[in-house]
Design a protein around this ligand. Structure first.
Ligand code: ADP
Ligand code: ASP
Ligand code: MG
Length: 416
C-alpha cells in the first residue's frame, strides 16, 4: 500500500470545471491503488483579494495589537472553500473523500503570523483516514499555533503544506500539479526558449526557488531535501492518462541525475530594493553597527557592496533588502544616522536580481566570465554581485531583467 500526496495550485482550481478535472486526476490515482491525500490552494486571485481586504480594513488603532493574527484568519479562508469543493466533486464521481482544515489535522506551526513555520504534524488520524480509503482533501497554506490560533505559511505556502504532509504520511512522492508541466531552465513566461528540466537536484532547486523561481516555495524544497521527499512538478491541464509518462520534473538527490550541466537554470527576482549609504566613516565597527540595527528589526539583508574612491577618507555602502522591507530599512538607517555617522541614505526600488544556478560550477572555471561577458554584450550595468558554490547573482536595473535573463539563457547554451 503506497500513500501519495497530490497538490494543486491556484490556477489548477480556478473554477468548478478545473476542480472537476482535478477530481478526475485524483480518481485515477485512487484507481491505480494509491492511498491519496490532496493539498489544495485557494482559487487563483482569491488570496490577493483577501489580502487586499485586510489591508483596507486595518491598521489597528494605537495601543492595540497589529492585526497579523486576524490577517491569517481572513487569508486562510480561500483554501477552505477549495478543499470543500474538491471533496464534493470527488464524491460526485464516486470517490469517498473528506476535507481537512489545517487545525483539524492539526498542522502545528510557530507564532509567526503571515509566514509561520510548521513545527509538527501529528498525522495519526489523517493516516488512519487515508489508509481507510477516504481521500483526504487538505486546505493548504494553513497552520495552527499550539494555542489554537490560525496561521498561514507565507505566500506560495501550499507547496510546503504538501511536502510536510507527504513527510508526515511517509508518502512515496509529493506530486505538485501546476500551470506549467515542470521546472524549466528559466521562467517560461519570459523566455519561450526555456526547456523543461527532467531531473533537478534538491540543492539546485533550493537555489532556483530562493532566487525567484516561484514554481515551488523555497521552504517546501528545504523540507523535501531535509526529509528526502521525492517531489515531482507537473501540469494539471491534462486529462488522466493523457500525459506523456516522461512528463514533469523530478526533484531528487544529485546522485540520481545522469545528465549534468554546468549551469542548470537562470532565475530572477524583482522583489529587491537597494539601500545606499553615502559618506560612511572608514573604520572598524561601522558595518557591525549598520547590520546589527537591521538584524534587531528582523530585516534580512542579501547583497552587500562597499566602495571607497582613491583619495577619499569616507566610504559608500550598498546593500539589498526585500522590497517590502525597503521603507523600514531606510527608517532604521536614518534613526541610527548619528550613531553610524554617514552623510546620506537613499533607496532604489528599480532593481532586479538575476542569477545563474548549477552544481557544475563547483568544478568548472569560467562561469563568471561567461555571465559578465554576456551582460556586457547587452550593455547591462552590474550594481552588485554575490556568489555561492552553486550560483552567481547580479543586481541590475529592473528595466533590463528580461534582456539579461534571455542573454544568460543563450550564453550558457540553455536555449532549445
Ligand atoms: P501554483 O498556483 O500552481 O502554485 P505558481 O504561479 O505559484 O503556481 O507557480 C507556477 C509559475 O512559476 C509558472 O506559471 C511560471 O510562470 C513560474 N516560474 C518561474 N520560474 C519558473 C521555472 N524555472 N520553471 C517553471 N515555472 C517557473
Ligand atoms: N493561496 C496562497 C497564496 O496565494 C498559498 C498558495 O497558493 O500556495 O499564496
Ligand atoms: Mg505556487
Amino acid at each position: 500500500m503506497s500513500r501519495l500526496v497530490m497538490k494543486f495550485g491556484g490556477t489548477s482550481v480556478a473554477d468548478l470545471e478545473r476542480i472537476r478535472r482535478v477530481a478526475r486526476l485524483v480518481a485515477a490515482e485512487v484507481a491505480a491503488g494509491h492511498k491519496v491525500a490532496v493539498v489544495v490552494s485557494a482559487m487563483s486571485g482569491k488570496t490577493n483579494e483577501l489580502v487586499a481586504w485586510t489591508d483596507d480594513a486595518g491598521p489597528s488603532a494605537p495601543g492595540l495589537p497589529a492585526h497579523d493574527d486576524e490577517y491569517d484568519v481572513v487569508v486562510a479562508s480561500g483554501e477552505q472553500v477549495t478543499a470543500g469543493l474538491l471533496a464534493i466533486a470527488l464524491r460526485k464521481i464516486g470517490v469517498d473523500a473528506r476535507s481537512w482544515l489545517g487545525w483539524q489535522i492539526p498542522i502545528i506551526s510557530d507564532h509567526a503570523h503571515g509566514r509561520a513555520r510548521i513545527d509538527d504534524i501529528p498525522g495519526e488520524a489523517l493516516a488512519a483516514s487515508v489508509d481507510g480509503g477516504q481521500v483526504a482533501v487538505i486546505a493548504g497554506f494553513q497552520g495552527v499555533t499550539p494555542e489554537g490560533r490560525i496561521t498561514t505559511l507565507g505566500r506560495g505556502g501550499s507547496d510546503t503544506s504538501a511536502v510536510a504532509v507527504a513527510a508526515a504520511l511517509k508518502a512515496i512522492r509529493c506530486d505538485i500539479y501546476t500551470d506549467v508541466d515542470g521546472v524549466y531552465t528559466t521562467d517560461p513566461r519570459i523566455e519561450d526558449k526555456a526547456r523543461r528540466i527532467k531531473k533537478i537536484s534538491y540543492e539546485e532547486m533550493l537555489e532556483m526557488a530562493s532566487l525567484g523561481a516561484k514554481v515551488l516555495q523555497t521552504r517546501s524544497v528545504e523540507l523535501a531535501m531535509a526529509q528526502r521527499v521525492p517531489v515531482r512538478v507537473l501540469s494539471s491541464f491534462v486529462e488522466p492518462g493523457e500525459a506523456d509518462p516522461d512528463t514533469g520534473t523530478l526533484v531528487c538527490d544529485e546522485e540520481e541525475i545522469v545528465e549534468k550541466r554546468i549551469v542548470s537554470g537562470v532565475a530572477y527576482s524583482r522583489d529587491e530594493a537597494k539601500i545606499t549609504l553615502l559618506g560612511l566613516p572608514d573604520h572598524p565597527g561601522v558595518s557591525s553597527r549598520i547590520f546589527s540595527a537591521l538584524a534587531d528589526a528582523n530585516v534580512n539583508v542579501d547583497m552587500i557592496v562597499q566602495s571607497r574612491s582613491k583619495d577619499s577618507s569616507v566610504a559608500n555602502m550598498d546593500f539589498t533588502v526585500g522590497k517590502r522591507d525597503a521603507a523600514k530599512a531606510l527608517e532604521i538607517m536614518n534613526a541610527a544616522k548619528a550613531e553610524i555617522g554617514f552623510e546620506e541614505a537613499k533607496v532604489d526600488e528599480d532593481v532586479s536580481k538575476v542569477s545563474v544556478i548549477g552544481v557544475g560550477m563547483k568544478s568548472h572555471v569560467g562561469v563568471a566570465r561567461t555571465m559578465f561577458t554576456a551582460l556586457a554584450g547587452k550593455g547591462v550595468n552590474i550594481q552588485a554581485i554575490s556568489t555561492s558554490e552553486i550560483k552567481i547573482s547580479v543586481l541590475i536595473p529592473s528595466a533590463y531583467t528580461e534582456l539579461a535573463v534571455r542573454a544568460l539563457h543563450a550564453a550558457y547554451g540553455l536555449d532549445q
